[in-house]
Design a protein around this ligand. Sequence first.
Ligand code: PLP
Length: 463
Amino acid sequence: MVYNMKASANEGRGASTPKTEEKEKGIRLVTELPGPKTKAEVERAKKNNAQVVYQMFPDWEDESGSGSILYDADGNHFIDMLTGVGVNHLGVCHPRIVDAGTAQLKRLIHGNDHVAHIPAYSDITEAVRSVAPEGLRNGKGFWGNSGGEAVEAALKAARQSSGKPIVIGFRPAFHGRPMGALHFTSGPAGRINLAGLMVGAKMADYPYEYHGVTAEMSLESVEKILKYEVRKEEVAAIIFEPIAGEPGVIPGALHPTWLRDLRKFADDNGLLLIADEVQNGLGRTGKWFGVDHSGVSPDIMTLGKAVGGGLPLGGVLINDKVDSRWPKGSHASTFGGNPVACAMGVETINVIKEEGLVERAASEGAYIQSRFRELADRYPIIGDVRGAGMLIAMELVKDQDPKKPAKDEAGKIKMAAWRRGVITSVTGSDSNVIRIAPALNIPREYVDEAIDVIDQSFKEVLA
Ligand code: PLP
């Protein structure tokens, strides 16, 4: 780590983009954080942008990047262990994604699938289908602009195709912030002054072994909804995230039977299964999709984040049962399935395939988990280490008691790591889970450097 206040003294805005030989050096801190140019940017953002958005790093701006290194305006370099929250599977500005996007930009920037068929729209469906779970290998694609829109489309497809009004979700869960998806997203903050939101939604318990909720208890809570609350004839679907990212990387799909039993329950009762793969999808968890850990095929699968190669794209893959009954003309989007985003998403999938990055995510993720377990041996505040592939978390608790979340410490460790040049995040219903989601191709030396920084940050905060 270099700390040289003079290095950035005369650099202009944008001058922090490194020369090639600087790219491999990992963390470089040349100013106090935030540096002067960053401070000015932060002030400008405060003047311009609605304050409604919670900022994970309120005094930081992310100006540019290369692979797994992010640069601020002052020339500080950070190791990115978060990838814009699970979007940049290949790091920032992967050359092949840039080339694919540039080529498409020159052909057609916008075309509306509502007006005419767009080749890139078919390309992304075919690309996703080529790696999809067995039951969706012939699935049909609908493309919108974000993960939230993907969930909206999934809910509409389930309800409109089945003719039934109710969808069962889990607690805790995160499926996005639009008003439909918000029905199934836990947490009071996003629901302030939105009373009455829960019409048509029923909630079961997500399996959370560390908090004493077993897979069996989770399934029982689903069964109880049909036993005590609504008739199965009124229920369209069950929506779940295979590994629940925002709620704290809770690995439901890693349980040997939970998802299979859920599939059987859905089939026995005539319900559709919606797998929200927005955060899990495209290799993030060391399999192409989160459901692949269980061998279960959903009827509807949502996609977002990495599927646009960094541009806004989100959508669903649906099986024939849903597609054939989703009334024609009942859904569409002006910008959805933007051809540039589709082309960049296709190239992302190509690179992941060609470079074996799903397998790498699995093996590198196992290495990271083993390093986190070493930290847990030294810091008893780490109550649980969990995850799969490159979606990994440490839950912080006091007195080794899952009911005593160490929220303050988690926040301080995240900020201490940032001050030392590493980007992580804090998530979970009690804001006590440190979560990382690095690029699938992040070099081992960055991983080691970042974990050393996280170690130092624990030491500093717990001293
Ligand atoms: N579903 C899941 C599982 C997510 O993790 C997210 C975002 O983090 C969403 C949906 C919403 O995606 P977006 O923020 O693109 O609307």
